[in-house]
Design a protein around this ligand. Structure first.
Ligand SMILES: *Cc1c(COP(=O)(O)O)cnc(C)c1O
Length: 361
């Protein structure tokens, strides 16, 4: 289906950040945004591009109180031919609908989602940064402006997409991978089975901030979350999925319901299998990881996500001790995954998988 979204141009576009500016993550927003309404009986309607602006929302709107909301995250890059690359946006559309189903938010046609992403990126394409590691981050989200104190699914929603020129995820390392220091979190939990861990909804992140804040005080960049029930099994690293290479085998947590099914996670799994690595999706005990670190078989570990692409883990902090991985040197598999995925995304590496790179014409 062809979608046609009316455009209201921003008459006073902002100055773009000068080359070399440290872009950060969510500091520089573009001139336009995408907005679309949902009303019960009418479905999603009136998708449109408007100048980037504040929202006017009633203070009693349900999303502000009860957290019925969702978001997505993906990136656009400028390829060497000067065209715009997206990476597997259909996966974000599918995940949006899984999140929506869990959060009692109505579904959206996948094609409509992808068309909206393309339309807003196209109009603000001059904002795509071209420096190494930088990109245009795309943040689609849904909230409800409906006024009520009843804890009930709303009948009215807004779907909005905003864009931000961003640098690499880990500050001060905008172009080079490094091994991060990770706190194995044994007190707080992120998500329990039966809850919303697999969904990209705001509540999952608000509840995790305290652990990240405390980890930072202890000299770590992020936490390694363990399962909620037994605090025994590794789940994710901060807001990224986690991979461990032990004695030649690459292991990531299976999608138990409390794990966010990352697009980058899925892409790594498919690439690793294609390259012939022994890959396992299963529950992985923290005891097994630490034992491997002690006996020298923990060869590599890394986190995966759209924001960081690949973020190698240099040291695990556990039980009052520090366990360096691969002498804190970035491992071969981490580097190869980064080079391949990032290369595909920016268009300098031939896509190894059909349909992964979506180029706007
Ligand atoms: C978004 C997210 C990820 C990574 O997903 P990608 O699709 O690879 O960006 C991993 N874990 C959590 C908790 C997330 O929110």
């Amino acid at each position: 289906m062809e979608y046609n979204f009316p455009i209201t141009r921003n008459e006073s576009p902002k100055e773009k950040p000068a080359a070399g500016t440290s872009l950060g993550f969510g500091k520089y927003f573009t001139d336009h945004m995408f907005m679309m309404d949902y009303d019960e009986g009418q479905g999603w309607h009136d998708g449109r591009i408007i100048p980037y602006q504040n929202l006017s929302i009633d203070p009693a709107a349900t999303s502000l109180h009860y957290g019925q909301m969702m978001f997505e995250g993906l990136k656009a890059y400028r390829n060497p031919q000067g065209k715009i690359n997206l990476f597997r946006p259909d996966m974000n559309a599918k995940r949006l609908n899984r999140t929506n189903a869990r959060m009692c938010i109505p579904p959206m046609d996948e094609d409509l989602f992808v068309a909206a992403v393309k339309a807003i990126v196209e109009i603000d394409q001059d904002w795509i940064p071209t420096e190494q590691g930088c990109s245009l981050y795309i943040r689609p989200f849904i909230i409800s402006p409906e006024v009520s104190f009843s804890v009930l699914p709303a009948k009215k929603y807004w779907f909005i997409i905003v864009l931000s020129a961003v640098g690499a995820y880990y500050e001060g390392n905008e172009s080079k991978l490094h091994g991060s220091h990770i706190w194995v979190e044994e007190e707080y939990i992120r998500a329990a089975v039966g809850g919303t861990g697999f969904a990209k909804c705001g509540g999952n992140y608000g509840c995790g901030m305290i652990a990240a804040a405390e980890a930072k005080k202890k000299g770590c960049e992020e936490v390694l979350w363990l399962d909620a029930k037994e605090h025994k099994y590794v789940e994710e690293v901060g807001t990224s999925n986690a991979f461990f290479k032990i004695n030649g085998t690459i292991i990531t947590s299976s999608l138990t319901g409390s794990i966010l099914p990352g697009v980058t996670r899925d892409s790594c799994l498919q690439l690793l299998k294609k390259w012939g690595y022994n890959v396992e999706e299963r529950r992985l005990g923290i005891a097994e990881v630490i034992e491997a670190a002690k006996n020298g078989t923990l060869e590599e570990a890394w986190a995966t996500g759209t924001a960081c692409v690949i973020s190698p883990i240099g040291v695990l902090y556990y039980d009052g001790k520090q366990f360096p991985i691969n002498d804190e040197v970035v491992g071969d598999v981490s580097q190869k995954l980064y080079d391949t995925l990032y290369g595909m995304q920016i268009g300098t590496v031939e896509p190894e998988m059909e349909g992964w790179v979506v180029t706007l014409d």
